[in-house]
Structures are given as C-alpha cells and as structure tokens.
Design a protein around this ligand. Structure first.
Ligand code: B12
Length: 244
C-alpha cells in the first residue's frame, strides 16, 4: 500500500525542509527558495523562515507538498534484525551457554580520532540509558580508544583471545573508512585468523549491507545503542560456540 508524508491531514504529502543556499540574503531570497523546491517537484510551497546565516549564505525552512508515495513492503535490504534482550538476559545467556566471559576488543582504527561513538557502546557509564559493554559482568571488554593501527588491534585481540572485534569509523571523507576497513580485513586474512572473530563495524555512515560487502559480520549505524550491540554479540558468539 502506498503511503505519503503526513503534515496536517492523512496523506496530504506535506514535508518540512531545512536547507541552505550559498547566496547572500536579499529581497528575492524567499522566491529563490520556493522555486528551487518547485523544481524538485513540490507544490503548494510555503517559506516559513528565510534569513542570512552569513554574508554569503541563506538558510530556509519551508513546507511543500508531494504527490509521490512509497510502498514500504517494496523496500528490501540486508538489515540486521537483532532480537533485543535486556542487560540481565544477556549476562544470563553468556553465563549459561558460553560458560565463560565473552571477550571483546574495540577501537577507532588508523587515522580516525573520534572516540565518542566507540565510547558510547563500550564505556561503563553507558549511553542512551543503557550500560556500555564494560559494565557487563559476563563480558571482558577492552576499549583501546582511537587512532589504533590495525596491527595493534589484531595483536591485542589475539592476546586476549577475543571473541569479537568492534571497529569504529566516523570519518568518511574521500572514502578513507573503506581503506581502513579493508586494511583490517586483509590483515586478518593474511594472518589466517578472520574466522576466529565476530567482526563488527559501526559509525554514522555505516549500515549492515555495506559492512557485509566489505567482509564484516555486521554493521551498525547512527543511534545504535549498547543493548543492540550486546544482544547481537551474545547471540552470535553463543551461536558459533554451539556450532563448533
Ligand atoms: C566531536 C567531533 C570531533 C572531535 C572528536 C573528539 C573525540 N574525542 O571523539 C574532534 C574535534 C577531535 C574531531 C576531529 C575531526 N573531525 Co569531527 N566531529 C565531531 C562531531 C561534532 C561529533 C561526533 C560525535 O561525537 N558524535 C556522537 C556519537 C555518539 O555518535 P556517532 O559517532 O555517530 O556514534 C554512534 C553510531 O554511529 C554508532 N557507532 C559509532 N562507532 C561505532 C562502533 C561500533 C562497533 C558500533 C557497534 C557502533 C558505533 O554508535 C554510536 C552511538 O549511537 C561530528 C559532527 C556530528 N554532529 O556528528 C564531527 C565529524 C564527525 N567530524 C568530521 C571531521 C571532518 C573531522 C576532522 C577531519 C576535521 C579536521 N579537518 O580536522 C577531524 C578528524 C580528525 C581525525 N584524525 O579523525 C566530520 C566527518 C565528515 C565525514 N563524513 O567524513 C563530521 C561529521 C563534522 C562535519 N560535518 O564535517 N571531531
């Protein structure tokens, strides 16, 4: 079934926009913004806000209607559907089915200096109302921080006999993340240890399909919570343990 955006009444197709054009504000700026949206195919356009945010840039907040709809059932993809468990159930699953601590090592690799993403998932104090992995009594979690060379991450994972490696990649300029992520896969393969680890990557421009394409087991994107990651790790490590 086709659905359309909702603004005021069901299926009215109203969308709110916020965008910036690289032009100085002037008396005709509102018309420039309006005609730009009309060129994109929107009609009944209203410019709610239009102002200079710099001598050379104008910000617009606008509304417009679309006649286009979408059928959500026609959207297919390689999504990671994690059955989310609570903190106690995750610890219980590991204790009962693995019979030892689940060991996990994480880092932002190579030149990437952003620590906040990997910290959100791993730090004891947690994120979004969830405890991070370091807080789980049944996990042995090491957050190595940022700018960690792939070779150092792998060495640490081998020393700690890690079940899982968590990689964070935030900077994607000039596809630098693809280079870094590929470098880690190539290293794991060259050392013959790729299959030893559940290999997970996360970041604001990562999704599961992309992660799989690069040779990772799973990819997590923006707004990931520690509970999603902990649930996935516990289920996947236990599954592999039971298959071995
Ligand atoms: C804080 C910040 C910095 C700080 C980082 C401090 C620190 N200790 O981390 C500093 C000032 C150092 C910095 C530097 C740079 N930054 Co910066 N930075 C940011 C900023 C403002 C916030 C990032 C953040 O903390 N987000 C909050 C966390 C919680 O969100 P998150 O990272 O997305 O993480 C979540 C998910 O993605 C996921 N996740 C992330 N990692 C992982 C890992 C795993 C295993 C899993 C499961 C999930 C997961 O879970 C997290 C929780 O939900 C962003 C802009 C923005 N608003 O996002 C720019 C931004 C990321 N930075 C950017 C850039 C360009 C840089 C610099 C290159 C700037 C420069 N020219 O020097 C340098 C890079 C230096 C380097 N060598 O890496 C760009 C990246 C653009 C791009 N597409 O590549 C951004 C988007 C800003 C922008 N719009 O231009 N930055």
């Amino acid at each position: 079934m086709l659905i359309r955006p909702y603004g005021d009444t069901r299926d009215d197709g109203i969308i709110q926009f916020s965008f910036t054009l690289p032009m100085p504000y002037s008396i005709k700026a509102a018309d420039v913004g309006k005609q730009f949206l009309e060129k994109l195919g929107f009609h009944t356009v209203g410019i709610a806000e239009c102002k200079a945010i710099d001598p050379e840039y104008t910000l617009f907040v606008a509304y417009g209607r679309t006649d286009t709809g979408i059928d959500p059932d026609e959207v297919k993809g390689d999504y990671l559907e994690v059955e989310e468990m609570d903190y106690y159930a995750i610890n219980g699953l590991i204790k009962e089915k693995l019979g030892r601590k689940l060991s996990v090592v994480g880092a932002a690799i190579e030149s990437d200096a952003h620590t906040v993403g990997i910290d959100a998932i791993m730090n004891m104090k947690g994120f979004a109302g969830n405890y991070g992995l370091e807080r789980y009594p049944e996990m042995d979690a090491l957050n190595m921080g940022s700018q960690i060379p792939c070779a150092q991450l792998l060495r640490t994972a081998l020393e700690r006999e890690a079940d899982a490696i968590l990689v964070s990649q935030i900077v994607t300029q000039k596809n630098i993340h693809v280079q870094h992520l590929t470098q880690l896969i190539e290293l794991l393969e060259a050392e013959g240890v790729r299959e030893r680890f559940v290999l997970v990557v996360g970041g604001p421009r990562i999704n599961n399909a992309f992660a799989k394409e690069l040779g990772y087991d799973a990819g997590f994107g923006p707004r990931t919570t520690p509970l999603e990651v902990a649930s996935f790790l516990a289920q996947e490590v236990v599954r592999r343990h039971e298959q071995a």
